[in-house]
Design a protein around this ligand. Structure first.
Ligand SMILES: *Cc1c(COP(=O)(O)O)cnc(C)c1O
Length: 354
């Protein structure tokens, strides 16, 4: 836990984006050699791009300020005006990015409903792919997200969906904002390690976006990975979107530090989410979804639902921050420890018992 959160005595479970850079990460930022990345001159940015591309098995990568911009660069590099991308209703790059692909790229989304496990039914993907006919937008891209709402997409599904897309001539993009959480959860199933699983997942796609500012604990930044030719196109979109930065090596150094030091510890976040779930078991009207990664969702029904409006303010008054009303979300990350999770459990139990 950082000094700031410890001093405030807060347990912030709103998101894994709230982490503060650790002292060691700040030192890495201070020590980073810098240049002007618009000239391609920033050694720290170049090193990060090479590192993440090599880790995930791609030719090239592009450092961008946000995951939103990374997805935008990806969609606008895969698609032209009048093309469409097939995507899940709840996917970030459809629902939570201000409609950027449509607004800025004239690329039409074709959203599909999710199955219970977060996947898109293969038959529905296939049915959504349009024939080459003047009536239709050109189906160009399948976009998946992993983890999705904290859920790990089953790997055999990822392989089948991406193979189907490729067989129909579609490109494949992964919004892997939390790819390393997905890889950590997958590694627990396969007995492998997170880096190996991250690469296996990534290699099913033509492009992958990864966020450093979520569970990895960096303050800012995402990377888009793909072929050299694809990244050259994305580089142009990034400029157009205002995302070409200058001495951004100070940020890339934090991201690079996160890749070196904060992947293996993600399993702790997953264990704490599981502990939180166990600690809330048995409360009347509190329905718990078994967490698969660092996110716990809790649905309030019956008596608990009647009292839901007061819960978040009550928790906040006790230094526990989270979000939701009838469906609550708790996210663990590197500024939350076991003591914080125990405090959260106690406060939630007290609220519903009182
Ligand atoms: C957070 C997130 C993004 C966007 O990241 P920002 O840096 O907030 O723009 C994209 N996709 C997913 C799945 C995310 O969770």
């Amino acid at each position: 836990m950082t000094m700031a959160t410890a001093a405030a005595g807060r347990v912030d479970l709103r998101s894994d984006t709230v982490t503060q850079p650790t002292a060691a990460m700040r030192e890495a930022m201070l020590a980073a050699p810098l240049g002007d990345d618009v000239f391609g001159d920033d050694p720290s940015v170049n090193a990060l791009q090479e590192k993440i591309a090599a880790m995930l098995g791609f030719e090239a990568a592009l450092f961008v300020p946000t995951g939103t911009q990374s997805n935008l660069c990806a969609i606008l590099s895969h698609c032209q005006r009048g093309d469409e991308y097939i995507v899940g209703q709840m996917n970030h790059c459809y629902r939570w990015e201000g409609g950027g692909a449509a607004v800025l790229g004239s690329v039409q989304p074709q959203p599909l409903n999710h199955q219970a496990d977060g996947s898109l039914a293969l038959a529905e993907i296939e049915a959504a792919i349009k024939p080459d006919d003047a009536h239709f937008a050109r189906s160009r891209l399948l976009a998946l997200e992993n983890t999705l709402g904290g859920k790990l997409l089953p790997f055999d599904y990822v392989q089948q969906a991406t193979a189907l897309a490729a067989s129909k001539g579609l490109n494949r993009h992964l919004d892997g904002a939390r790819l390393f959480n997905a890889a950590t959860a997958q590694a627990a199933l396969t007995g492998s390690d997170a880096r190996t699983e991250a690469r296996r997942i990534a290699q099913c796609f033509d492009s992958v976006s990864v966020c450093f500012s979520k569970g990895l604990g960096a303050p800012v930044g995402s990377a888009l990975c793909g072929s050299r030719e694809f990244i050259a196109r994305a580089h142009r979109v990034r400029k157009m979107a205002g995302g070409a930065m200058r001495q951004s090596g100070v940020l890339a150094a934090a991201a690079s530090y996160a890749l070196d030091h904060n992947i293996d510890r993600l399993a702790q976040d997953h264990a704490l989410a599981a502990q939180l779930a166990e600690g809330l078991a048995g409360l009347e009207g509190v329905q718990i979804e078994t967490p698969q990664s660092n996110m716990l969702f809790v649905d309030l029904t019956g008596v608990a639902r009647e009292r839901s409006a007061g819960l978040i303010p009550y928790l906040a008054a006790h230094g526990i921050l989270s979000t939701g009303l009838y469906r609550l979300r708790f996210v663990t990350h590197l500024d939350v420890d076991a003591a914080g999770v125990h405090r959260a459990i106690a406060a939630i139990r007290d609220y519903f018992k009182a």
